[in-house]
Design a protein around this ligand. Structure first.
Ligand SMILES: Cc1cc2nc3c(=O)[nH]c(=O)nc-3n(C[C@H](O)[C@H](O)[C@H](O)COP(=O)(O)OP(=O)(O)OC[C@H]3O[C@@H](n4cnc5c(N)ncnc54)[C@H](O)[C@@H]3O)c2cc1C
Length: 411
C-alpha cells in the first residue's frame, strides 16, 4: 500500500482508537482518518458503570490516548463527526453536511447504543441510559446520598450500577423479567449467586417482574409501575435492557449481515474486500469455536483491531482469541472465558456461597465450553487451556478443588 493511501476508521470507541494505533505500529505511512460521533477523545466504557460512578476514576484515566498522541502519530481525528453514508462502489463515506471522503480501506467500529424500552416514560427527564460518558455524567449527578434509584434490567450494566449506587448509600430497586439476574448469559444456578450478592448489599431485587410504565410526576420520572399493578417510587430510573449494535451504515451499504451485526470472516473482513469490521458489531467466524460469534465485550474492542489492520495492510491473519469478559460488583470480581451454549451443563468448583469458586460449562461430551472464575485469580490460563483443548474431562475431578486444573488436560 502506498503512502498516499487513505484508511478511514468509522467509530471513535476503544476499537477505533486501537485500529489507528495498530496502523501506525505497523508503519502504515498513509493518511489515517478517524471519525468519532462523540465529542470526547476515544475512551473505554467499562469504568463508566464501575470506577467512575464509584468516584474512583475520572475520564482522563480511561481515555485511550490523549490528544497529543493523535497529533504525534498523524491521525486525523474528527470528533463530533458522525458518518451518515457509506458507498462501497465509489469507496466513499459521507457526512451530514454533504462532504465525502474517499478511502482505500475502511474499518467499521461503530459499536452499540443502549436499547430503549417502548413504554410510557422511557424518554422522561430523570430516566437514564448508560452507554456514553455523557450518560454516565448525568447519572452520576442523580445518585446523591439518600436518594433512590429504580433499575430496569438485571444484566451486567444494571447490576454494576446497582452496586456503585449502593456504595453511595442510594436506595436501589432492580426489576428483572427473568427468574434470576444474568440468566441469559450464565444460567439460573450461577445467576442466583448475583441475586444473593445484591440482596446481601441491600438491593430490593424483584425477579420475574415486568415493567409496564415509567411513572412521571410533572414530566419527571418518579418510579416504575409493574404489570401486576405494583408501584416502585424512585428519584431516578435507569433503563439497562441491553445494547443494540450500530449497523445502519453497513446495512445501508449492502454489506452482508449476521446475528444482528456485520458478517466478517476470521480475518474480520466483511463481504466487501476493502471493508473490515471489529468490536461490538462484528459477527465473526471463530476458527477454534467452529461457529460464528458476536460479543459485546471490551476484549474484542481491544484485540480485534490489530487483526483487522493486518488484513487491511495485505497480511491477513485470523482472530482466534477466546471470548473474554469481566465484571466487578462490591467485593466480587470475576472473569469469564469461552462461549457456552444454552444446553451446557454447569459444574461448580469451590466455595459458591462464600463467592470464591470457578464455574464451568460443559457440552454433552463433557468438553469445557466456558469457565468463570469468581474471586480466584490464578486460574484463567488453565481455564482457557481446557477450552482450547476440547478434550472430555471428568466432571467429578473438575468439581474437586484438590485436583489441579492442569491435570485435567489429558482428559
Ligand atoms: C457502562 C458499560 C460498562 C461495560 N462494562 C464492560 C465490562 O465490564 N467488561 C466488558 O468486557 N465489556 C464491558 N462493556 C462493553 C464494552 O465497553 C464494549 O464491548 C466496547 O465498548 C465495544 O467497543 P467498540 O469500540 O466496538 O464500540 P463503542 O465503545 O460503542 O464505540 C463506538 C463509537 O463509535 C461511534 N459511532 C457510531 N456510529 C458512528 C458513525 N456513523 N460515525 C462516527 N462514529 C460513530 C459511537 O458514538 C461510539 O463512540 C461495557 C459497556 C458499557 C456501556
Amino acid at each position: 500500500m502506498t503512502s498516499s493511501a487513505t484508511f478511514v476508521i468509522v467509530g471513535g470507541g476503544l476499537a477505533g482508537a486501537k485500529a489507528a494505533e495498530a496502523l501506525r505500529d505497523n508503519d502504515f505511512g498513509g493518511h489515517v482518518i478517524l471519525f468519532a460521533a462523540e465529542e470526547h477523545l476515544p475512551y473505554e466504557r467499562p469504568p463508566l458503570s464501575k470506577e467512575f460512578l464509584a468516584g474512583k476514576k475520572s475520564l482522563d484515566e480511561f481515555t485511550v490516548h490523549n490528544s497529543d498522541w493523535y497529533r504525534d502519530h498523524d491521525v486525523d481525528l474528527r470528533l463530533g463527526a458522525r458518518v451518515s453514508l457509506l458507498d462501497p462502489a465509489a469507496h466513499t463515506i459521507g457526512l451530514p453536511d454533504d462532504t465525502t471522503v474517499r478511502y482505500d480501506k475502511l474499518l467499521l467500529a461503530t459499536g452499540s447504543a443502549s436499547r430503549r424500552l417502548p413504554i410510557p416514560g422511557a424518554d422522561a427527564v430523570g430516566t437514564y441510559y448508560l452507554r456514553t460518558f455523557d450518560d454516565a455524567a448525568a447519572l452520576n449527578s442523580a445518585l446523591t446520598e439518600g436518594s433512590s434509584l429504580a433499575v430496569v434490567g438485571a444484566g451486567w450494566i444494571g447490576l454494576e450500577v446497582a452496586a456503585s449506587a449502593r456504595q453511595r448509600n442510594v436506595d436501589v430497586t432492580v426489576v428483572e423479567a427473568a427468574k434470576q439476574p444474568l440468566s441469559a448469559a450464565l444460567g439460573e444456578t450461577v445467576g442466583k449467586v448475583f441475586a444473593d450478592l445484591h440482596r446481601d448489599h441491600g438491593v430490593d431485587l424483584r425477579l420475574q417482574a415486568q415493567v409496564a410504565e415509567i411513572t412521571t410526576e410533572a414530566d419527571r420520572a418518579s418510579g416504575l409501575k409493574l404489570s401486576d399493578g405494583s408501584v416502585i417510587t424512585a428519584d431516578a430510573v435507569l433503563v439497562a435492557v441491553g445494547a443494540k449494535p450500530n449497523v445502519e451504515l453497513a446495512r445501508q451499504a449492502g454489506l452482508a449481515m449476521a446475528d444482528g451485526g456485520v458478517l466478517v470472516d476470521a480475518s474480520l473482513r466483511t463481504s466487501d474486500p476493502d471493508i473490515y469490521a471489529v468490536g461490538d458489531i462484528a459477527a465473526a467466524v471463530h476458527p477454534l469455536l467452529d461457529c460464528r460469534i458476536r460479543t459485546e465485550h471490551w476484549a474484542n474492542a481491544l484485540k480485534q483491531p490489530a487483526v483487522a489492520v493486518a488484513g487491511m495492510l495485505g497480511a491477513p491473519t485470523e482472530y482466534v482469541e477466546l471470548p473474554y469478559f469481566f465484571t466487578d460488583q462490591y467485593d466480587l470480581g470475576m472473569e469469564y472465558a469461552g462461549h457456552a451454549t444454552d444446553s451446557a451443563r454447569v459444574v461448580l468448583r469451590g466455595d459458591v456461597s462464600g463467592r470464591e469458586f470457578v464455574a464451568f460449562w460443559l457440552d454433552d461430551d463433557n468438553r469445557v465450553l466456558a469457565g468463570m472464575n469468581v474471586n480466584i485469580w490464578d486460574v484463567l490460563d488453565d481455564v482457557k487451556a481446557l477450552i482450547r483443548l476440547k478434550v472430555p474431562v471428568d466432571p467429578d475431578r473438575l468439581a474437586d478443588p484438590e485436583t489441579p486444573l492442569a491435570d485435567l488436560r489429558t482428559g
